[in-house]
Design a protein around this ligand. Structure first.
Ligand code: B4P
Length: 190
């Protein structure tokens, strides 16, 4: 199985690039952000809980996110592999993912990390706010909080995969096509 963690700060292009990777490699796209947003739209109990964190730019608690991720993976047991988009976002989530994949006799192949500087992230999210209707894109204070949460809680997840020699940095600046080519080249050389 090819199991890729697509990593990067908010607005780095994880969702955008995931669409292209799943098409090229026949993988299942698991975006924790998308699953939470679908639950918010469906007005489920999980959605209500997730919304209370997402609207403020905070992370949804680990236990809730990990359980949800496990059940999403189990819906696609016979797939060629997964793109994990927006997961893991904490050290606890990274540990839980390794443990869970081991029970399925598989593992993370690589973490591909999109590197984009803060000013560019803010520009992209501001632009997306005009079309997305996402509460967490509309308020500069919430965007700032998401970036801060990323720096404090999520960026350290990088060292978890570096310690396993699975970390690959990808320049996330440039056209969407150029970045896709960089990601394809990285995967093809695995
Ligand atoms: P996510 O849904 O993961 O959202 P994101 O990080 O903002 O977006 P992404 O990086 O996918 O950006 P995109 O491609 O769309 O998370 C939202 C929230 O959900 C979190 O804040 C948290 O509350 C919660 N959550 C999710 N997962 C969680 C977890 N594991 N644990 C706890 N909480 C969790 O790109 C952004 C914009 O840039 C788009 O408009 C795109 O068109 C544009 N763009 C992309 N590439 C570009 C390029 N090369 N040049 C110019 N623009 C580009």
């Amino acid at each position: 199985m090819l199991n890729i963690v697509l990593f990067g700060p908010p607005g780095a292009g994880k969702g955008t690039q995931s669409e292209r990777l799943i098409e090229q490699y026949g993988l299942i796209h698991l975006s924790t952000g998308d699953v939470f947003r679908a639950n918010i739209k469906g007005e489920t109990e999980l959605g209500q809980l997730a919304k209370s964190y997402m609207d403020k730019g905070q992370l949804v608690p680990d236990d809730v996110t990990i359980n949800m991720l496990r059940s999403e993976v189990m819906k696609h047991e016979n797939s060629a592999g997964f793109i994990f988009d927006g997961f893991p976002r904490t050290h606890a989530q990274a540990l839980a993912l390794d443990t869970f994949l081991a029970t399925l006799n598989t593992e993370i192949t690589s973490m591909l990390a999109l590197e984009v500087e803060e000013e560019e992230l803010k520009e992209r999210l501001k632009k997306r706010a005009e079309v997305s209707g996402r509460v967490d894109d509309a308020d500069p204070n919430v965007i700032q909080n998401r970036i801060q949460v990323y720096n404090n809680e999520t960026a350290p997840v990088k060292s978890f995969y570096q310690a396993q020699n699975k970390y690959i940095a990808i320049d996330g600046i440039g056209s969407i096509d150029a970045i896709t080519s960089r990601l394809f080249a990285a995967i093809d050389s695995l």
